[in-house]
Design a protein around this ligand. Sequence first.
Ligand code: AMP
Length: 285
Amino acid sequence: VRIVLTRTIQDVRKHLELIRRQSKRIGLVPTMGALHAGHASLIERARSDSDFVTVSIFVNPLQFGPNEDYLRYPRPLERDLEICENAGVDLVFAPEVTEVYASEQRTFVEVSRLGDHLCGAFRPEHFRGVATVVAKLFNIAHPDRAYFGEKDYQQLAIIRGMVKDLNFGVEIVAVPTFREPDGLALSSRNAYMSPAERALAPVVFQTLRAAKTSIEQGERRTDVVKGAAIKALSRESGIRVQYFEIVDPLEVQPVAEIHGEVRVACAVFIGNTRLIDNIAAVSPE
Ligand code: AMP
C-alpha cells in the first residue's frame, strides 16, 4: 500500500471518513516536517496502538514570533514523504498555509497559566499558535489518539489542558524524548548548528542529568540546583542560557522547594540556534 498525500481539508476528511467507517482507530502525529528519528519514534508508537496513522506536516506561521525562523525553517517535503512511507505511515496531510488559514483567523485557543513560564515567558504568542493549530487539526482529522513528544514538555501540558478544558474526544499520548548517542535531543533545528556549535550541544543534557542527580540525592533548594546548572552551562562561551527552571509536572509552575516529582527544563542559545530540553526528577521522601 502506497502512502496517500492529501493537501486539502476536504480531501483528508474524505479519506479519514472511509477509515472511520471501517471502525479503525485513527492516530495523528502533528509535525512541522523536517522529520527525524524523534518524529519516527512518535510514528512507531502510533503504529503500535492505532490502526491507521496520519502524519500532518505544517509549518504553522501562527506559532512563530516576528523575529523567529519561520521563513528559514526547513521544508524538505519529498524527503519527509519518503521517511513517512518507510515508517509505515498511512496518510500524510500537508496543507498550504492558505488552506489552513483560508480566511482571517478570529478564533484562538489560549490555555491560561500553563504557558506563563519556561518558553511561554519568552515566546509570548507561541503556545496560542500551537493550541489553535492543534485544535484545527483535531477538528479536521478527528483522531482517536494524538502523539506528542516529551521533548516539548510545556507544549504537551498545554495540549492536555486544552483537550480537557474543551472536551476534545482525543487521547493524548506522550512519547519519551529521542536522543543522539551523546544525549542531544533530536530537533529539526539541530541542523542550524555549525560543527563547532554542535560539539557544545551535549552539555545541555549533561547539565539536566546533573540537576536530576542532585535532586535525587536530596537537594531540595531550587536556587542551589539552578545555580549549579546555569554556572555549568555558562562555562561554555558559545552558550547563552535563556532559562533554567524547575517546575511541577502538571501545572508547569516554578517550585520554590523541591518535593516529589518535578520537571527540570531549559532553553539555551548556541550561537543563533535555540535548543530546549527537559528531564523528570523525583525528590526522595
Ligand atoms: P515538531 O515538528 O518539532 O513540531 O515536532 C513534532 C512532534 O514531534 C512534537 O510532538 C514534538 O514534541 C515531537 N518531537 C520532536 N523532537 C522529538 C524528539 N527528539 N523526541 C521525541 N519527540 C520529539
